[in-house]
Design a protein around this ligand. Structure first.
Ligand SMILES: C[S@@+](CC[C@H](N)C(=O)[O-])C[C@H]1O[C@@H](n2cnc3c(N)ncnc32)[C@H](O)[C@@H]1O
Length: 246
């Protein structure tokens, strides 16, 4: 039932995403950008894990000296290099579960809707530990994931998720689904469920200290533009987290 990233992020699906906005572009991604700007300076480095099409990597790169964008899907790296190049960005085909192989450390690491691809808590813990080890002292890890409630509720007008009957909040389970783009079109998605306590405990166990934890919902402006999204505004859609390696 679980879809692999390379099955989802085909060239066609990725281009759809590159050329059309979707709901996180109005809430979760701008919030990460705002946080990351606070830590930027012209002598700092940033690693964007699961950079996708590079659209937000390029926005985040503006105030940094050097940026590396990695993704495990070739179609994504090809699109990033073609559509979102910049003198200070290097895009590379690298699996985040092999992050150590980069053999580099960074001042800031971001992951915008990516770490939910860890299949279970063991793989998530291994990934978070590698991210911790790849940060300089004082470095921040800033990420967002779809809110676990959004996935469990299964009623969203934006993200329609399917998972096996019997799946529970307390287990890791694969889900597949469709995300609505703002042009009304739909994009295939799929990832794995993790609870809030699992995300937080994994970060704490790796040695991170929590800086900020946000559960944004969709904005008023968004509901005004897309009134059928109103039911989604009653619960959070995203987890946006900033942690530091002290
Ligand atoms: C929802 S997309 C987000 C892309 C981008 N961060 C953004 O916000 O526009 C998830 C991305 O994670 C990538 N990904 C999934 N598993 C990965 C892995 N093991 N290593 C690196 N990238 C991965 C996918 O290929 C995809 O580009």
């Amino acid at each position: 039932m679980s879809l692999k990233p390379e099955d989802i992020y085909t060239h066609e699906n990725s281009m759809k995403w590159e050329l059309n906005e979707s709901m996180p572009d109005f809430v979760a991604r701008p919030l990460v950008l705002e946080i990351v700007k606070k830590y930027s300076s012209k002598d700092k480095s940033l690693l964007d894990v699961g950079c996708g099409t590079g659209r937000w990597t390029k926005k985040m790169a503006v105030d940094y000296e050097s940026v590396v964008g990695i993704d495990s899907v070739k179609a994504m790296i090809d699109i990033s290099k073609k559509l979102n190049p910049s003198d200070n960005i290097t895009y590379s085909l690298v699996d985040m579960f092999e992050l150590r192989a980069l053999n580099k450390t960074f001042d800031v690491i971001t992951a915008l809707s990516v770490i939910q691809y860890s299949v279970d808590n063991v793989q998530l813990a291994g990934l978070i530990k590698q991210i911790f080890d790849s940060l300089n002292t004082g470095g921040h890890f800033v990420f967002w994931v779809p809110h676990p409630m959004l996935i469990m509720m299964n009623t969203s007008n934006w993200e329609k998720c399917k998972f096996e009957e019997g799946s529970s909040y307390f287990s890791n389970f694969p889900f597949t689904g469709k995300v609505r783009l703002t042009n009304g079109d739909w994009k295939n998605i799929g990832a794995n469920f993790h609870s809030i306590q699992e995300y937080l405990n994994t970060l704490v166990n790796a040695g991170f200290k929590l800086v900020s934890f946000n559960e944004p919902s969709i904005s008023k402006e968004f509901v005004e533009k897309y009134p059928d999204m109103e039911p989604d505004s009653r619960y959070p859609s995203f987890l946006v987290v900033d942690v530091v390696k002290e």
